[in-house]
Ligand binder design. Structure first.
Ligand code: OGA
Ligand code: NI
Length: 342
């Protein structure tokens, strides 16, 4: 039978075989460092230079940071998490109306990661939405719960503003003009969302919600459940838990910013683990270059011509490659390296 949603209301007491990882590929949860967290940057404290410096340090050392005082109201984030939960709590028959495994669909509910390619599944269901321009896509979005469209629209508008502002600060932190990144990715750059739902898992040591991966887009802004941890990032060869911080978003550098920064900033490996006690929700917003935007490092970031780490490519080429592979197969950017660097 085709794999379908795991948020079906069925209470699993053992993990189905198709989710069980081989021994060396398991999360080894007891080895994960939780005494440490991704840097928290207060966007409301200190002058511009200080904020930009903290972003620069975090992007080089972690590829991740959390932000507080980001200007998005608590109402907007709380409603977003609440309506996401209401959506996943709907009866399975209702949710299945939106089910599809076709990655080219602009609105779809699906499960695991890339069912066509993967051998072992992941303990996750997700609703994937295209969010920009809103008027083009929002009629496809769920109309149940009845407040879904309005709440998600408001959230998308605020997050886009925040994302574009963050990309300005990131541009400055690379010593570039503040509009450099937004201009080179296109002012009409895309915005996608994945509302991730990780049900309670009977055997969390044997599987993942999402296995180690890097994000293929430019920048990811994640709203995570305050009560339940699950996100981990790889730093200096060790997995560390990104613990939820009150009223924060988690921000991470995607593959496109690693390429654009000539690898000064890293698109860091991260994963989501699951737990036996509580379902977990996270809302990931992905800013993505326009399809025809050419991704290349500016000359300021390349010492000389021979030091450009990546070939120039369009986002369309990149995204095609990304979906043709399995999520944990290795860094997709490796395929775009200049040959002399391999
Ligand atoms: C993602 C992702 C992490 C999480 O959706 O790409 O990394 O905690 N999510 O859900
Ligand atoms: Ni990710």
């Amino acid at each position: 039978m085709e794999t379908q949603l795991i948020s079906s209301g069925f209470q699993y007491t053992t993990l189905p075989r198709s989710y069980i990882r081989s021994e060396p590929d398991r999360p080894k949860l007891s080895e994960v460092a939780d005494y440490h967290n991704a840097p928290v940057i207060d966007l409301g404290f200190g002058d511009r230079k200080y904020i930009v410096q903290q972003i620069s340090d975090a992007c080089q050392q972690y590829g991740f940071f959390q932000i507080i005082n980001h200007g998005v109201s608590k109402d907007i984030t709380e409603n977003m998490l609440k309506v996401s939960k209401e959506f996943f709590d709907l009866p399975i028959e209702e949710k299945m109306k939106l089910y599809s495994n076709d990655p080219s669909k602009t609105t779809r509910l699906s499960t695991s990661s890339n069912l066509q390619k993967e051998k072992i599944h992941n303990w996750r269901d997700y609703l994937r939405l295209h969010c920009y321009p809103l008027d083009k896509y929002d009629q496809e979005w769920p109309s149940n719960p009845s407040s879904f469209k309005e709440i998600v629209r408001n959230y998308c508008i605020e997050i886009r503003k925040l994302g574009l502002k963050l990309q300005e600060a990131i541009s400055e932190s690379l010593g570039l003009d503040k509009d450099y990144i937004n201009n080179s990715l296109g002012l009409e750059q895309g915005q996608h969302m994945a509302i991730n739902y990780y049900p309670k898992c009977p055997e969390p040591e044997l599987t993942y919600g999402l296995p180690a991966h890097t994000d293929p887009n430019t920048l990811t802004i994640l709203l995570q459940d305050m009560q339940v941890t699950g996100l981990q990032l790889l730093k200096d060869g060790k997995w560390l838990a990104v613990k939820p911080f009150p009223n924060a978003f988690v921000v991470n550098i995607g593959d496109q910013l690693q390429a654009l920064s000539n690898s000064k900033y890293k698109s860091t490996w991260h994963r989501a683990v699951v737990n036996a006690h509580k379902p977990r929700i996270s809302v990931a917003t992905f800013l993505c270059p326009c399809n025809n935007a050419v991704i290349k490092a500016p000359s300021e970031l390349i010492e000389d011509e021979s030091k450009a780490i990546y070939k120039d490519f369009t986002y369309e080429e990149y995204y095609g490659k990304f979906w043709s592979r399995n999520l944990d197969q290795g860094h997709c950017l490796e395929l775009f390296k200049n040959s002399r660097e391999i």
